[in-house]
Design a protein around this ligand. Structure first.
Ligand code: ADP
Length: 480
């Protein structure tokens, strides 16, 4: 199969969430499984700064945007660990040579619509300019949602595109790329497609909807989320579109990348496997407590949290319950995350009030994330919704039992009282009860707690399995 994978972020260059991890891992594994795959992403400042050797592909792009022409070029590079997958970077410095990816200082760039119109048109033009023969055009999230629409409405009749099918993946339905209707003019797509069953959404232009209505198959990142997003509660206004296309909607769980392995992880004080986890994990716990200036006590339960500080992630619930567990049970919390400033402030206040129990790091730091996964006894993810979630899987592999809300990918990966703990309703009572169940095991049933750790560490969250499922979706839609 020949696949073009278009994305707005990929580790290690640009990352705001799970999409970046998927964009680095899935193409690599599909390549290893014998597929011919290339990746397109914007040439952000961070790509330049990474020092990655790049080769200019030797042609200029001239993209019509409203009544002007915007020029760009394409560079090729190979990312570390994926030597067989060409990464094509679209360069347009006015749009992409910036400090942020989509926003700066918490404010979205005003020209995000124009930036990603340009990127999508550049991908389509580059297919011709690079003579790429592809079977599948795989787009992701709103930023590349216009690709299936361009394929069907503007490029489909050209020889190079006639046999191309498209797959669109939803990594998070809450972000849809909604712009005012006059931005239709930027897309180059005619007003006749500004209709409720194509690009229009409550009077506005919606990039994600374009992807969902024009692609040949939709995937999302867990089977449970695929069902949930067809309902009003989780559908973010797109539930009817998704229910209408349910015969073409597939849930495929993300895998986790090779860097997340406690036996080879050089971010840790000591590495360990399921064989020596009970001797070595306490060393990681002590090192984490030291790093976070918390009392180095093995007997105190330590709960870790890593992630975006957002309402989605239930961080407000975490803030609500911390005082109870600190004041009554001397539990320690280590929290790493950035995001909502109100939540950051609440967390810093808790850290200031309970310096011996609560440590907060408001930064994006991958090595610390690894050390929390290894050093904590339990990992908390009370997300209100969670398309897939990666941290609960990292936790399991690191022998750190996750406490999760039973939703989306969390429901698909955590079996209550077997490989973690889960609760049904996202409210404080349920959360407290579940933390209590977990701590009860930690304090009073250590043998069972250890058995659960062993079970969690044996789970297989490799990308191989997920990549095979993507390949079978490609096969379903491929033009025969
Ligand atoms: P989402 O995509 O909704 O943000 P995921 O769990 O799918 O959530 O992916 C988040 C990824 O980002 C994980 O790899 C997680 O470890 C990482 N991450 C989030 N916040 C931070 C942070 N502050 N420092 C380091 N890694 C982080």
């Amino acid at each position: 199969m020949r696949i073009l994978f278009a994305t707005s972020e990929a580790t290690p260059f640009a990352k705001t969430g799970g999409l970046a991890d998927v964009s680095a891992s899935l193409p690599r594994v599909l390549g290893e499984q014998g597929h011919d795959i290339c990746v397109f992403m914007p040439l952000y400042k961070s790509v330049f700064n990474s020092g990655l050797p790049l080769r200019n592909m030797g042609f200029d792009l001239s993209i019509p945007i409203r009544n002007k022409t915007v020029f760009g070029t394409v560079w090729e590079g190979r990312i570390p660990g994926s030597p067989n997958v060409p990464f094509y970077f679209v360069q347009q410095d006015d749009y992409f040579d910036r400090d942020g990816i989509y926003s700066q200082h918490g404010t979205d760039y005003e020209d995000n619509c124009e930036r990603f119109v340009f990127f999508c048109r550049s991908v389509m033009e580059s297919i011709e300019r690079l003579w790429l023969d592809i079977d599948i055009l795989h787009s992701n999230d709103w930023q590349t949602g216009l690709l299936p629409a361009y394929l069907r409405l503007m490029y489909g009749s050209r020889p190079r595109f006639q046999r191309v099918a498209s797959v669109h993946t939803i990594h998070n339905l809450a972000y849809q790329g909604v712009f005012w209707h006059w931005d239709m003019k930027l897309t180059g797509i005619g007003w006749e497609h500004f209709r409720y069953d194509e690009l229009e959404f409550y009077g506005k232009l919606n990039f994600l909807k374009a992807g969902l209505t024009f692609c040949d198959a939709i995937t999302t990142v867990s089977p449970r989320y695929a069902v949930e997003i067809q309902t009003e509660g989780f559908g973010c206004g797109m539930n009817d579109v998704l229910a209408y296309r349910c015969d073409r909607l597939f849930g495929i769980l993300n895998g986790i990348s090779k860097e997340w392995n406690p036996s080879t992880d050089n971010n840790l004080a000591v590495t360990y496997s399921s064989e020596d986890v009970f001797e070595k994990k306490p060393v990681c716990k002590q090192a984490l407590q030291a790093e976070m200036n918390l009392p180095q006590r093995r007997d105190l339960p330590l709960i870790g949290i890593v992630g975006r500080l957002a309402f989605q992630k239930g961080i407000d619930l975490v803030c609500d319950v911390i005082p109870t567990w600190v004041e009554n049970h001397n539990v320690q919390f280590v929290i790493l995350g950035t995001g909502d400033t109100a939540l950051e402030t609440r967390l810093s206040e808790l850290a200031a009030k309970y310096p011996k129990n609560v440590a907060v790091r408001s930064e994006f730091c991958d090595p610390i994330a690894h050390r929390i996964e290894a050093g904590a006894d339990l990992f908390l993810m009370p997300s209100r919704y969670e398309p897939c979630g990666l941290n609960q899987m990292y936790s399991q592999i690191y022998g750190t039992l996750p406490i999760v809300h039973d939703t989306g990918g969390l429901a698909d990966t955590v079996t209550d009282e077997e490989t973690g703990f889960s609760f049904n309703n996202d409210n404080i009572d349920e959360l407290n009860k579940t933390i209590w169940r977990a701590l009860d095991k930690f304090w009073h049933q250590p043998a069972r707690f250890q058995e659960m750790i062993q079970q969690a560490m044996k789970l297989d969250w490799s990308w191989q399995r997920s990549a095979e499922q993507y390949a079978s979706v490609y096969d379903k839609v491929k033009r025969k």
